[in-house]
Design a protein around this ligand. Structure first.
Ligand code: GRF
Length: 235
């Protein structure tokens, strides 16, 4: 399945929508997005099973969060690999060994290589702390603040071969206040991230996402907000 294929259902086998989606979460840092996913799965709001939390930094808070919830986790320290390709090869192997169907990048601070993306076509989601296509790359919140936008936000999107570029699933907007600092804006954006990331995973798990070129169509979108800008979450 490739980007541009009309109506491609990202969970093609309808029967699989009845079973729990096997997800792998990749994290590098504090892991608050990971926590929002764990909480939503534990509460039964997302029909998924976290098969593995893969972390590339020893001592990252994300690892402790996984352990505290009995979620399988694995440390794959990128510094112990001679190249990005070999690191990604190991990451892909771990995800495949665990039977992961959907990969969720949640504060993962490594760029994913083309072979990694090719191993999981239209099966990698990322959360970005800005309203893409504005402010891709690092420090999206700071970029937005320095640019002087009135509305910032966050984006859940499919990962393709270009950084912060793939088809957009959900965005949430956050007003920028006159006295905002990078820290205060980051905190309000993060709260929205924690709402929309589990929601996007739920929609995927329920087989309700169709990729049509750059557009992600949502089958039976949540009531009252067809555009899914600041969707009323069910999670
Ligand atoms: C989030 O702002 C996410 O959008 C970005 O990195 C941050 C990770 O935070 N990609 P956390 O580790 O989930 O707390």
């Amino acid at each position: 399945m490739s980007e541009g294929e009309p109506g491609a259902d990202v969970r093609r086998d309808a029967n699989r929508t009845m079973s729990k989606l096997a997800i792998g979460v990749l994290a590098s840092g504090s892991g608050t997005n990971l926590q929002s996913i764990i909480d939503a799965v534990e509460a039964g709001r997302v029909p998924a099973e976290i098969r593995v939390v893969l972390c590339n930094r020893p001592g990252a808070r994300a690892l402790g969060r996984a352990k505290a919830h009995g979620v399988p986790c694995e440390l794959v320290d990128h510094k112990t690999f001679p190249s990005r390709e070999l690191f990604d090869e190991r990451v892909v192997a771990v995800l495949q060994e665990r039977g992961v169907e959907l990969v969720c990048l949640a504060g993962f601070d490594r760029l994913v290589s083309p072979p990694f993306v090719a191993a999981f076509p239209n099966r990698i989601l990322n959360i970005h702390p800005a309203l893409l296509p504005s402010f891709p790359g690092l420090h999206g919140q700071r970029q937005a603040l320095e640019y002087g936008v009135r509305i910032a936000g966050c984006t859940v999107h499919f990962v393709d071969q270009k950084t912060d570029h793939g088809p957009i699933v959900i965005q949430a907007a956050v007003a920028v206040l006159d006295d905002d600092t990078t820290e205060s804006l980051t905190a309000r954006i993060l709260a929205e991230e924690h709402r929309i990331y589990p929601e996007a995973i739920r929609l995927y798990a329920e087989g309700r996402l169709r990729i049509e070129g750059r557009h992600v169509r949502i089958v039976d979108p949540p009531a009252g907000n067809g555009s899914l800008a600041n969707p009323t979450p069910r999670c």
